[in-house]
Design a protein around this ligand. Structure first.
Ligand code: 1GP
Length: 256
């Protein structure tokens, strides 16, 4: 093959959706919601307008558990099931794609690139579509910040976030994920999203600590291309909090 790798089916789907406005990812942890429980959440989330399912979150998810959750999700929804990996161990062929991501501000070389050299042949063998993504952890970072041995980007420091996001883009990554950490008390600050939006052209995912419609609106107004929520569904199900976030996404898409 010559020339850059063209976007695969899932990436094209995401880009097509984003062309119509910002989108929403529902993150499901197959450890906390195994098999059919993952399927039930996915069905409810997609009925409310979520555009894709991310599977991951905990450390040490086995390929069997990941595969079982992906199969259950794919049995009930049409949107892609995408692995949000914590390492090469959690890959399963039942999913459609994997966020092939570098933890940009980690001090651990394996999380920046070396684990990827082990995972890449597995991704290829399983037939998973890799989606190249720069993953940037913003203060407080929560568990991923600790486990990932991250030098967090401070909430008051949009310039550093811009530097990382541009570097990711120039390295050929096709998405940037601004992560405050799962369960963060507040989401990534809007000024950081806005600064990255103004400088970089790749779509920006924002996640960590999004719990209310107001959280969602601020991030969408700042230019996030996608919101990721996980904890809210685990703690409150798909009730009014989740619905409010999805309503904001729909509004930002002009009601579509
Ligand atoms: C975590 O960004 C995601 O990686 C989602 O965070 O669990 O806080 O929604 P929450």
């Amino acid at each position: 093959m010559t020339g850059p790798r063209a976007p695969g089916r899932v990436e094209r789907y995401l880009l097509d959706c984003i062309a119509g406005g910002p989108i929403h990812f529902t993150l499901i942890d197959p450890d906390k919601s195994p098999g059919n429980a993952a399927g039930r959440i996915a069905r409810g989330a997609v009925e409310q307008g979520s555009h894709a399912i991310l599977l991951g979150g905990s450390t040490g998810i086995s390929p069997e558990k990941m595969g079982e959750a992906a199969r259950a999700v794919k049995a009930v929804v049409q949107v892609p099931a995408i692995i949000f990996p914590e390492g090469p161990g959690s890959l399963a062929r039942e999913a459609d794609a994997v966020l092939f991501m570098s933890l940009l501000n980690s001090r651990r070389l394996d999380l920046v690139v070396r684990a990827h050299a082990k995972a890449a042949p597995v991704v290829r063998r399983l037939g998973l579509e890799p989606i190249p993504l720069g993953y940037l952890v913003i203060e407080p970072g929560m568990r991923v910040g600790e486990v990932g041995e991250v030098d967090v980007v401070w909430r008051s420091d949009p310039d550093t976030a811009v530097g990382y996001a541009l570097a990711a883009e120039y390295l050929g990554m096709r998405f940037v994920y601004l992560e405050a950490g799962s369960g963060a008390p507040t989401p990534v600050p809007a000024p950081i999203v806005r600064a990255v939006r103004e400088a970089a052209s790749v779509p920006i995912l924002a996640g960590g600590g999004i719990r209310t419609a107001d959280d969602a609106r601020l991030l969408l107004e700042a230019g996030a291309s996608a919101l990721v929520t996980g904890t809210i569904t685990e703690e409150e199900g798909l009730g009014s909090g989740f619905r409010g976030i999805l309503q904001e996404v729909r509004r930002a898409r002009g009601g579509h």
